[in-house]
Design a protein around this ligand. Structure first.
Ligand code: PNS
Length: 164
């Protein structure tokens, strides 16, 4: 039996940004619980942070929401993971129009694979509109400041990775 009160928020989260945090917080206004689910692919993982580091960062960020926000990782298809978790709801954020095509393709493919699975899109908050994990990593690696764009624990970990 699917649990419609549980939403899955999948992504790479390498690392989690304030844009992701905003989305989780707003998702909790609609759904009781959210699993922040890190999709992993051991053969094609070029991530800066290990899966465990990403899980730890997410758990720290949502430490005050234990029981409502869970961090997890999965391999394989998202639709199968959602089914295992008993959820029929996937949350994705949309920043700019440029996100749309990729998101549309994924939503349609997931829907084709599991018609009962619905993807809900949420607009990213305006202050997070230009934030992406890729850009924050690039900016920090080149000595720029991303405070305010990522949670403090992520900022510290990014600085440590790039020895800033
Ligand atoms: O944060 P990202 O990298 O944009 O997230 C993409 C993600 C993880 C949601 C997508 O790659 C995914 O769902 N991966 C799991 C494997 C899968 O189901 N692939 C088919 C998607 S139609």
């Amino acid at each position: 039996m699917a649990n419609s009160d549980l939403a899955i928020y999948p992504g790479s989260f390498d690392p989690i940004t304030n844009g992701h945090v905003d989305l989780v917080t707003r998702t909790l206004r609609v759904f009781d619980k959210v699993i922040v689910a890190i999709a992993t692919n051991p053969d094609k993982d070029h991530c800066l942070f290990s899966v465990q580091e990403r899980l730890d960062l997410i758990n720290e960020v949502f430490a005050g929401l234990k029981g409502r926000v869970m961090a997890d990782s999965f391999q394989g298809l998202l639709v199968d993971y959602a089914e295992r978790k008993g959820s029929t709801v996937v949350i994705r954020g949309l920043r700019a129009i440029s996100d749309f095509e990729y998101e549309f393709q994924m939503a349609m493919m997931n829907h084709r694979l599991k018609p009962k699975l619905e993807t809900f899109f949420m607009m990213t908050g305006e202050s997070e509109f230009y934030t992406s994990s890729r850009l924050v990593k690039e900016v920090v690696s080149l000595g720029g400041d991303v405070s305010g764009l990522v949670p403090d624990n992520v900022l510290n970990k990014l600085k440590a990775k790039f020895k800033r």
